[in-house]
Every structure is written in C-alpha cells, then in structure tokens.
Design a protein around this ligand. Structure first.
Ligand code: ZN
Length: 177
C-alpha cells in the first residue's frame, strides 16, 4: 500500500507522484524533516565547519561522553558552530555513502545500493554529494569498504557522531541497517 509519508494514511487513490494525503501533511513533513526516533533521543551535538563536535555552549563534545550531548530541542536552538550532529550508539547506526550524488542524482551504484533501503530515512550530507542512511544496529566496530562497482560504503554504529542537515533525500523510518 502506498501511504502518506507524514500520517501513514493510504494514498492509493492519489496519482502516482503523490507522497502525501493532503497539502497539510506535506507542509508538516517539510517543517519536521527528522524522524522522531532521532529527535526523541538525547544524543545531539553541534558541529563546526570542519565537523568538530561541540556542546551547545561551544566547548568540545565527545562521541563517548554523554555529558557533552544535548536534547534535540537544545541543540536545534543553539547557534554554536554551523550545524547539528547526532551521536551513534545505543542502537543507532548510519551508513555513509561519499561522493555518490551528481547534481542531486545518485550514481548507478548508489541507486542499486539504495534499493535495499527503501523505507529508511536518508539525508544528504553537508557536502551535498553524499548520503547518510540512518537506522538501527547493535553497537560494533565500524566498517569501510569499496564495492566492486566502486561505491564507497562506511557503516558505523558507535563511537562517532554523524552530521545532520535536515536535507532529506528520502523520508523514512529508523530501520535496521
Ligand atoms: Zn497525510
């Protein structure tokens, strides 16, 4: 069943391009680009232009020190640095695909890879040419690999933070990765 990306109501009767049941849902979705599973977790940091993690007050933050993390509301309200980050761990994981978008369009290798993540929340990275596939996983060692088709795939589940831009490539849920 095709469902409204915001409220989940069926949109089977709508045209094929429709993503929402109503303009109201489209507006809400635009204003709230992040899944609640992320915004409900108190694992937020700020970051500077060089991707150094910061607390909301501008001191150094650490992906291994929860005392330096904030709620989403606090981090989003802070003007420290240039943007937001979310610390992985406690079941939160992310797959990082670098240099896989050309003018916003995924390379053939990336498009193939994304087929396995159709229901996932996927964001465009700060550089504009990478994707972050958010999800859940047991905390474990990170992996870095280059597939036979050239796609560079990094997967992390603990011990680091990932930038969050709110630039949604694919609206979805926080599902296993
Ligand atoms: Zn709706």
């Amino acid at each position: 069943m095709r469902a409204c990306e915001w409220c989940g109501r069926s949109i089977v009767a709508k045209n094929r391009q429709a993503r929402f049941c109503s303009s109201k849902c489209r507006v809400y979705a635009h204003r709230n680009p992040l899944p609640k599973a992320l915004t409900n977790a108190d694992r937020w940091v700020r970051r500077d232009a060089r991707k150094v993690p910061l607390t909301t007050t501008g001191t150094a933050a650490s992906s291994t020190d929860a005392a330096t993390w904030s709620t989403y509301a606090e981090a989003a309200a802070s003007s420290t640095g240039v943007g937001l980050g979310f610390v992985l761990g406690d079941g939160f994981a992310c797959i990082d695909l670098d240099h896989c978008l050309v003018d916003g369009v995924p390379t053939a290798a990336a498009a193939r890879f994304l087929e396995a993540y159709r229901g996932h929340h996927v964001e465009v990275s700060p550089s504009g040419d990478g994707l972050h596939i958010w999800g859940t996983a047991e905390p474990g060692p990170g992996t870095v690999r280059t597939q036979d088709d050239g796609l560079h795939v990094e997967r992390y589940s603990t011990g680091r933070y990932i930038t969050v831009t709110g630039n949604v490539y694919q609206r979805g849920e926080i599902l296993p990765v």
